[in-house]
Design a protein around this ligand. Structure first.
Ligand code: NAP
Length: 244
């Protein structure tokens, strides 16, 4: 029997990229996965290729009311979630002196506050059932910082602190929270980089290549499965050895 059989999972930002690969991987593991994205049509299209079009849900994770509505819909359709993967994330890169208030706030709202709204909402049910897994998709730049990404790096560093705090609060109820910190992964987010920048980045990666969404998804499947039942409050870096 697949190890996630009977589990209900929510993956945000799952219409494409890393989120889509995570949703596919957890579905292969036997979970029923709610595929959440900003755009209802994109979420339905993505879910049609995985578990069925009825598993697509629209939600802007930076809106607390929309997060409450999403959880209501998922609970009514599938049941209470056992697994939450906070993957939705955006970049609005600029050097500090040019970084506008709106780009600062938007990145923090989606990448950090979005994870907070959904985690708070699912935690109660998980605590009652004495079982739950939360995985937050951070980034290596949350550990190292990065020129031109003060907003993004702050959001991801915040997500790591959030993960560790949640892990401490919920551990006594067997609810485990971990973060995954990808390095450079081939998705639309990194497609925007110039070819020579990508080549320069790859040269600094010991494994000699950018990662794939599947590289990240496999680690998430491990963290939400039975083999990781004694792992909480950790940051698992998935970056081909770039940051050691
Ligand atoms: P991506 O290709 O840009 O996909 C992100 C997805 O999130 C999109 O489907 C997007 O929907 C959705 N989204 C954006 N804002 C949202 C919101 N407010 N509510 C709900 N969904 C929203 O990104 P990715 O590269 O797969 O990245 C996924 C996660 O990994 C992010 O948290 C990112 O920070 C992290 N990460 C990525 C890399 C990398 O190298 N790619 C490295 C480290 C960490 P729309 O298309 O409708 O905007």
């Amino acid at each position: 029997m697949p190890e996630l059989d009977g589990r209900i999972a929510i993956v945000t930002g799952a219409a494409r990229g890393i989120g889509l690969a995570i949703a596919a991987e957890l579905t292969e593991g036997g979970a029923q996965v709610a595929i959440v994205d900003l755009d209802e049509g994109e979420a339905a299209k993505a879910s049609a290729g995985i578990g069925g079009p009825e598993l697509g849900f629209a939600c802007n994770v930076s809106d607390p009311g929309a997060c409450d509505d999403l959880l209501g819909e998922v609970e009514a359709k599938l049941g209470s979630p056992d697994i939450l993967v906070n993957n939705a994330g955006i970049t609005r890169d600029n050097l500090l002196l040019r970084l506008g208030d709106e780009d600062w706030e938007r990145v923090l709202d989606v990448n950090l506050s979005g994870a907070f709204y959904l985690t708070r909402r699912v935690a109660r049910g998980m605590m009652k059932r004495r079982e739950g897994r939360i995985v937050n998709i951070a980034s290596v730049v949350g550990l190292t910082g990065n020129r031109g990404q003060a907003n993004y790096a702050a959001s991801k560093a915040g997500l790591i602190g959030f993960t560790k705090s949640v892990a401490q609060e919920l551990a006594s109820r067997n609810v485990l929270a971990n973060a995954v910190a990808p390095g450079f992964i081939q998705t639309e987010m990194t497609d925007a980089l110039a070819e020579d920048t990508k080549e320069a980045i790859a040269k600094n990666i010991p494994l000699g290549r950018m990662g794939t969404p599947a590289d990240v998804a496999g680690v998430v499947r491990f963290l939400v499965g039975p083999l990781a039942s004694y792992v909480t409050g950790q940051v698992i870096v998935v970056d081909g050895g770039m940051v050691m």
